[in-house]
Design a protein around this ligand. Sequence first.
Ligand code: 9MR
Length: 419
Amino acid sequence: MRTPSLLTALLAPAVVSAQLNDLAVRAGLLYFGTAVGESASGSDSAYAAIVNNKSEFGQVVPENGQKWDATEPSQGRFTFTSGDITANIAKRNGQYLRCHTLVWHSQLPSWVSSGSWTRASLTSVMEVHIENVMKHYIGQCYAWDVLNEAVADSGAWRDSVFLQVFGTDYFPLSFNLAKKYDPDTKLYYNDYNLEYNGAKTNKAIELVQIIQNAGAPIDGVGFQAHLIVGSTPSRANLATTLRRFTSMGVDVAYTELDIRHGSLPAASSALVTQGNDYANVVGSCLDVDRCVGVTVWGYTDKYSWIPSTFPGTGDALIYDSNFQKKAAWTSVSSVLAAAATGAPSPSATTLSTSVRTTSTSIVQPPSTTTTSTAQPTATGTVPEQVRWGQCGGQGWSGPTKCQSPYTCTYSNPWYSQCL
Ligand code: 9MR
């Protein structure tokens, strides 16, 4: 179990907002972050304003701009225009930059994937790519996803040009090359569906062993966490899975978190389940000492890769399409706030079993502008906060009374909540 650092507590400013990165840091994580859509960040000022809010997101990662097809679309021609968008956001705001990704079978230009290579020629291609991209971003990346999705969902090795040419030797090769060109960044393996602790997870463990046994450096494993509402493992099971990796001497992080509804529109009860699932994921990171942080894969339902990939599903993020905070946002802030001072966090079991059945009283997240979710009472006079909403804390000017039967529960000096 992680404890908030005394230093962090002592350095806390007098007035602190209850925003996700601030809370995460006070709870002992390095950051709470988001992926940044390159196009939206330049065209949608409401989107950009939240990305730029370091209290909310202390870490950013380019959604697409640093991938091979973006950075070296044809052999030897490097372009960093797209990748620099998010890197510059991080620089301006003092946010951590996670860098994504160097070696991946997807978004790989056809000159690589369809080329005819020997071990020597493909090694050279990988080295030129890794050298140029890492040197361009040197000193800027807290971590690099060196190798992405090298395990298939079946638990076999993922077929790719790299596997065909090298077998599994390209795992240590990728990490050795990355170390050579940026010795100071954290080198990560990153994959999805590791959260279920099945055959794919076992294979990822084997992958880490192969890298370590070859004497190559690996610092962390990224759990992408593209999850499904109602099918997300429990907090305890997630923590158990994370610990399988940390016990091998590597850090872990949730790197691409989103939790999609299987059908839309989501029922009120599904919004509550989504909130509980988010709380379980974030809670499991808090429970594991070497879990460094949580990154959502975009933060708003307005822009997400999911509807085009899984038609009919979606609404997987913590803000809705109008930039309003969802129940999922509130449950994440709740779990972080509780951890920030060691207050008992609301357990998922409690939350899910005590869900109220009237549709109007189901969790309503605070609005973006005021973070107030106040609902008028029957008499229409005193605003009351809904369950999980904020009801107190330094700098808080919203409602301090909770809807029945919830009570305003002190969590820490900057956050009280209706529980
Ligand atoms: O979110 C990304 C989307 O815009 C791209 O079209 C897609 C192409 O593969 O990649 C998405 O991001 C992926 C990430 O880079 C790696 N893990 C899975 C993510 C979702 O597909």
